[in-house]
Ligand binder design. Structure first.
Ligand SMILES: O=C(O)C1=C[C@@H](OP(=O)(O)O)[C@@H](O)[C@H](O)C1
Ligand SMILES: C=C(OP(=O)(O)O)C(=O)O
Length: 429
């Protein structure tokens, strides 16, 4: 395989980046728009490959979706307007599409089949299949429905009370989506708060969903009506330039219109704790979501401990946070993050392997990693593991490496951040 090489001699980052739309909110805008009545207008939609999987799924079920760049019109005809697709769904690399669609498809009156790429086929689906079966769904798949390919025989569902055994917004969302058609109340309880975009958006689309003492309660009573969505910039994408600005000497970077929903801003809390110079400006609220501009300046950082409730609030940012920690003085300990093992790849292994190859002092643990810094990275040959976030971490690592970073591929970055290299070029001095 031919490698791609990243080499930046004495780089400095300066300028503004308008990071693309949030991936979680983009997926949900298509799903909720498609099952509502009327036309949902979406702006700043993420043009990433994962979000295309969600668009394709609804087109295959007969929903008219017009897309011009980041503007999307979804012509929803309600849940009853969805038709049985002609073939099986290919959800590619997208865990969010798969888990949320499993929830929705469970309540539809037809059979559907789902498959995905090699990475998705290894990711656990029993976390959604178990509660959906409890609601009455008939689901069959590899190893008793633990893995794709999966067949869903949708039909009548009943509400359940479900306490999440894993800290996962995808599981929460799958159960809430099934709850939209289930008889009676569906209650989801979580011990640690995970991203709440499903709750915020379903309420805006008119669902009967409430946050009560006993948990998040949804019924089939609300009529879903189209609702325009302005997708905030993705903090999980912004995190790569936030980290780059913090560790590349002399840098000042501003990230515009970034989503600042409190269930997503763990990365800001942690980098501030590490001593980073971050300011937030132009704070405003759009469609129930807080957004603002982030400015980061290079400054000395110190190690910290990252554990507990903050983990789900920064779960996708841990690869880039680990790189940042290699440049901080002292020890950084990341704990309670065993979920990293079931992402696009085992991200504990991928991060530790790659950063070790690049000269960092990092040790994997059962539920995270320990990093001792600071280390001047040497460069070297790493693998993206075909995981977009590992690939972007590799590119940012090249900015602080003495010699080039070579990687087996970079196309996986199109999953969540197709304009990543353009945005990097724009601020590279
Ligand atoms: O609900 C979502 O949009 C997501 C939830 C998280 O996954 P889990 O629910 O598996 O934690 C996150 O890692 C993923 O990128 C997007
Ligand atoms: C884990 C991720 O996504 P998904 O679960 O949708 O594949 C991610 O984007 O880092």
């Amino acid at each position: 395989m031919s490698h791609v090489q990243f080499e930046y001699t004495s780089p400095r980052l300066e300028g503004e980046v308008i990071v693309p739309g949030d991936k979680s909110i983009s997926h949900r805008s298509i799903i909720f728009g498609s099952i509502s009545h009327g036309i949902t207008k979406i702006s700043n939609f993420l043009d990433g490959e994962d979000c295309h999987r969600t668009i394709d799924a609804f087109r295959e079920m007969g929903v008219q979706i017009e897309k011009e760049g980041s503007s999307v019109l979804v012509h929803g005809n309600g849940l009853e307007g969805l038709k049985k697709p002609a073939g099986a769904f290919d959800f590619g690399n997208s865990g969010t599409t798969t888990r949320l669609m499993l929830g929705l498809l469970s309540g539809l009156p037809f059979e559907t089949k789902i498959f995905g790429d090699a990475s998705l086929t290894k990711r656990p689906m029993d976390r959604v299949v178990t509660p959906l079966r409890e609601m009455g769904a008939a689901i069959h798949g590899q190893e008793d429905g633990k893995y794709l390919p999966i067949t869903v025989h949708g039909g009548a569902l009943k509400g359940i009370t479900y306490r999440l055994p894993v800290k996962s917004a995808q599981v929460k969302s799958a159960v809430l989506l099934a709850g939209l058609v289930a008889e009676g109340e569906t209650v989801v309880q979580e011990d640690t708060e995970t991203r709440n975009h499903t709750e915020v958006m379903l309420q805006a689309f008119g669902a009967d969903l409430k946050q009560k003492k006993e948990g998040i309660v949804v019924t089939n009573k609300g009529k879903l009506t189209a609702c325009d969505v302005e997708v905030p910039g993705d903090i999980s994408s912004a995190a790569f330039f936030l980290a780059a600005g913090a560790i590349v000497p002399g840098s000042t970077v501003t990230l515009k219109n970034v989503g600042l929903n409190a269930s997503r801003t763990g990365i800001l809390d942690v980098v501030k704790q590490m001593g980073a110079a971050i300011t937030v400006s132009n704070e405003r609220t759009t469609g129930g979501e807080k957004i603002g501009d982030l400015t980061i300046k290079y400054t000395a950082l110190k190690g910290t401990t990252v554990e507990g409730e903050v983990i789900p609030r920064l779960i996708d940012e841990i690869p880039i946070l680990a790189l940042l920690a290699t440049q901080a003085e002292g020890k950084t300990v990341i704990k309670d993050a065993e979920e990293l093992k079931v992402k696009e790849t085992d991200r504990i292994e991928a991060v530790c392997q790659n950063l070790t190859t690049l000269g960092a002092n990092i040790t994997p643990t059962e539920d995270g990693m320990i990093i001792e810094g600071p280390t001047r990275l040497t460069g070297g040959t790493i693998s993206s593991y075909m995981d977009h976030r590992i690939a972007m971490m590799g590119v940012i690592a090249a900015l602080v490496s003495e010699s080039p970073v070579k990687m087996d591929e970079k196309d996986s970055i199109n999953i969540s951040y197709p304009t990543f290299f353009d945005d990097l070029e724009a601020i590279l001095q």
